[in-house]
Write a protein that binds this ligand. Structure first.
Ligand code: GLC
Length: 434
């Protein structure tokens, strides 16, 4: 907790040399307005996170937000090809959505918020600069580009005359926070526990030493922490295990995103596989057999972990289903099964403790009597014990706040449309958005 606080402070400094020493971004999202239930009309959200791409329409009417979502799957070849290919795919999917829901006949352009979940430095509410690729994206180009300009160019190439205005770009943590705050007014933190992991929180402008914007009302802004890269300076080395080091070596982006690789959905399964591999090699598990597992890098996924964790009490049905996939169901003894379950449980708890530790720092920083953390992402949604493990840490270290964790399902896509609402409101109030 203290190392993380120190890095938050450094990232907040007006001195660039101090900021460079921090592993965190603590980026200004330029989003200052949270929704208040009075919104009306149709807004669009796009959500590019790593595995799926989503287009979302939110129709606000009488204090209700009705959401229509369409998923599109990005092919592996697109994920590692030129960045223009990724954005062409987005433009084509958006055109499909507009067609499918007959939005072309709208009398005026529909405001759109783009949830772009890769580290970026925000220049204004609808302009940012891509800093690195993470997770599943491995484009050879795109770093230094603006995702909004890339999207506009792709729309011009592939889907001219789309009736949309891209008015906001934001991190999925920011959009999840907005979606969570719509569900629960005490929500001050948005957290993603999916392929990657990261958080955003509502900060008072007076607390931001590096703030250069205006000080009009509202006197707060959403800050994107970019905590996945925490540890990249080596500050967490003493806590890292041999499994994380090996996992990093074979990951898409080695030597980066240290913290994310300790707990996010893209990595937890591989972490467990590496522990099991060591136990097999030492002859402790499956009588030393299990080639499909020991040789199957990245084949043991986080959905296998959540499945094994779903076995309750003495039931082993789910665990056996997973072992079957690795040709181990007939080899496994009762002791082997118990060991597998324990490895999965300990690794999951460790991940949940890691992230909850950072959340405890944010909750104490927000320092309100009640703080809700809205969480989106399949790891939190599907893991049966993640909530309780996180609460163990939060209850221990956040004695001054009543903390609640809520699932903001698809909040990152829906919140993109919410961000578009904020952008229009801020423009109407002449708040500086750059
Ligand atoms: C990665 C990205 C970050 C995003 C997170 C969750 O950590 O760098 O921007 O918020 O994944 O999707």
């Amino acid at each position: 907790m203290s190392i993380f606080s120190k890095h938050m402070e450094l990232a907040n400094s007006p001195d660039k040399n101090h900021r460079q020493k921090s592993d965190l971004l603590m980026g200004n999202s330029f989003i200052r307005e949270l929704l208040d239930g009075t919104e009306q009309g149709d807004f669009l959200g796009l959500d590019l996170g790593g595995t799926n791409f989503r287009v979302v329409r939110v129709s606000f009417k009488d204090g209700q937000a009705e959401t229509t979502t369409q998923y599109y799957t990005l092919l592996e070849s697109v994920l590692c090809g030129p960045v223009a290919g990724v954005f062409d795919f987005i433009a084509e999917s958006l055109a499909d959505f507009v067609d499918r829901y007959s939005l072309k006949n709208s009398r005026k352009n529909i405001p759109l918020g783009f949830t772009f979940s890769f580290p970026s430095s925000q220049v204004s509410i609808n302009q940012s600069v891509i800093l690195h690729w993470t997770k599943t994206l491995r484009c050879p180009d795109g770093i230094g580009d603006d995702p909004v300009a890339l999207l506009e160019a792709a729309i011009a190439r592939k889907a001219k005359d789309l009736p949309v205005d891209i008015v906001a770009v934001m991190s999925d943590t920011v959009s999840t926070l907005m979606a969570g705050n719509y569900l629960d007014r005490n929500c001050r933190i948005g957290l993603i526990l999916g392929t990657g992991c990261n958080a955003a929180f509502v900060e008072h402008i007076s607390e931001i030493d590096k703030w250069t914007g205006d000080d009009k009302d509202p006197q707060h802004v959403i800050v994107n922490v970019e905590l996945g890269s925490f540890g990249d300076s080596g500050c967490l080395d003493e806590f890292r295990t041999e499994y994380e080091r090996e996992l990093d070596k074979y990951s898409n982006h080695p030597a980066s995103f240290t913290f994310e690789k300790s707990c996010a959905g893209m990595y937890l399964g591989e972490f467990v596989r590496l522990v099991l591999t060591r136990l097999i090699r030492e002859g402790v598990l499956f009588g030393g057999k299990g080639e499909k597992l020991t040789e199957g890098r990245w084949k043991f996924t986080t959905s296998h972990v959540t499945s094994i964790e779903s076995d309750q009490g003495n039931s082993t049905t789910k665990t056996m289903e997973v072992l079957e996939k690795f040709d181990l169901a007939t080899t496994a003894t009762a002791k082997d099964i118990a060991i597998v379950r324990e490895v999965v449980e300990v690794s999951s708890r460790r991940g949940a403790f890691w992230i909850a530790t950072l959340m405890a720092v944010l909750v104490n920083h927000v320092a309100l009597p009640e703080v809700t953390i809205a969480i989106d992402g399949s790891l939190f949604e599907k893991h049966p014990k993640y909530h309780d493990s996180m609460m163990e840490i939060l209850s221990k270290f956040c004695s001054k706040s009543k903390v609640k964790l809520i699932l903001a399902k698809d909040g990152s896509g829906q919140g993109g449309a919410f961000g578009a609402v904020s952008a229009l409101r801020q423009a109407a109030r002449d708040l500086r958005s750059a």
